[in-house]
Ligand binder design. Structure first.
Ligand code: SF4
Ligand code: SF4
Ligand code: SF4
Length: 325
């Protein structure tokens, strides 16, 4: 590969062949929509399939065609489109309470098939293949957090509070179990489910936005408080698709990838250890791949067992402040 001034030239050639995948998926989904329409399926389902097809074809296709430096903006737009659609469908389709408490009710009471399906696909089985792609591309909370001013948490306040999300997860389960077993209260479906869902949405948005502004870290809620990340962290450990890099490559140690990673993952540490990025905090946002000035990172397909969390706990700004002048 060509090098200039000791650095490799950035990829600047767009390969049209990459468009085959999103457009292929788009037409595949549209065929399913046409079949569903011919079978007189629910109109909402047909509209949903058409939109999802368009989203994958046009959205992902445009993302691939963008210059690498602009792809982060493209991802945020795609996330708004995807998260916004899913939120509207979740709110107006009467499928129940999609908060984690809705899952617990559905699980305990054997009700709410859509809730169970949503969590099974997006939060448990999906991460076995694509890791926490939900968090990087589709979450209706993350899509709003992305719009706040501390996108890359470069100046974040450090906080060792990751354990709080496990506490939140357990507390939610205990609360639901008490309400269901002691009071026969069902917060999964119907009016109760909708009230619980909307209240939970508002609470998460207020707390998440407040925390982001106070901690100077858009994804503070994701790192410290979100109970939904708990099951995803378990299965994403085995994700087939992960970020990888070449151990032999001439990594410039510029730390751009670490500073720009919204989840503060110490990416070069994995690469230097000859591992893929095994952190279960990775949301597959691809920021590190797009911004690495040496193109030393890429998406890979493989299987790993185990995996340590290499997190960059000290924000770059604090490190600089600690340097002797
Ligand atoms: S950690 Fe939670 S709030 Fe953050 S993007 Fe993932 S699911 Fe959404
Ligand atoms: S490691 Fe890369 S893909 Fe994963 S969250 Fe960090 S920047 Fe995004
Ligand atoms: S962005 Fe990361 S992987 Fe790329 S050269 Fe800099 S330190 Fe190395």
């Amino acid at each position: 590969m060509a090098k200039s001034n000791g650095r490799r030239k950035r990829r600047d050639i767009f390969d049209e062949r990459m468009l085959i995948v999103p457009f292929g998926i788009m037409f595949g989904i549209w065929i399913v929509a046409a079949v569903a329409c011919s079978q007189q399926a629910d109109r909402l389902l047909v509209a949903f399939l058409i939109y999802i097809g368009l989203f994958i074809g046009a959205g992902i296709g445009t993302y691939i065609a963008l210059d690498q430096n602009r792809r982060e903006l493209g991802r945020r737009l795609i996330m708004l489109m995807m998260g916004g659609l899913l939120l509207v469908v979740a709110l107006f389709s009467d499928h129940g309470n999609m908060q984690i408490e809705g899952l617990f009710w559905a699980f305990l009471a054997g009700i709410g098939p859509y809730i169970l399906l949503h969590y099974a696909l997006a939060k448990i089985v999906g991460p076995l293949i694509f890791g926490r792609i939900w968090c990087g591309w589709a979450c209706w909370f993350g899509m709003i957090f992305n719009l706040l001013p501390h996108q890359h948490s470069r100046f974040r306040l450090p906080a060792p509070w990751g354990w709080l999300r496990y506490l939140h997860f357990i507390a939610s389960f205990v609360l639901v179990a008490i309400l269901w077993l002691a009071f026969n209260y069902n917060g999964a479906l119907g009016r109760n489910g909708l009230i619980w869902f909307v209240s939970g949405l508002l609470l998460y948005y207020v707390v998440g936005i407040g925390l982001a502004l106070i901690m100077r870290d858009n994804r503070a809620f994701c790192k410290y408080l979100c109970p939904i990340s708990v099951p995803m962290k378990v299965t994403s450990r085995f994700a087939l698709v992960k970020v990888a890099g070449n151990q032999e490559a001439d990594c410039a140690n510029c730390n751009v990838c670490v500073e720009m990673c919204p989840m503060n993952i110490d990416i070069p540490k994995y690469i230097k250890n000859g591992e893929r990025v095994l952190s279960t905090e990775c949301t597959l946002c691809l920021t590190c791949i797009n911004l690495c000035p040496d193109d030393d990172l890429w998406l890979s397909f493989g299987f790993d067992i185990g995996g340590k969390e290499h997190i960059d706990y000290v924000p770059p700004r604090s490190r600089q402040a600690a340097k002797p002048s």
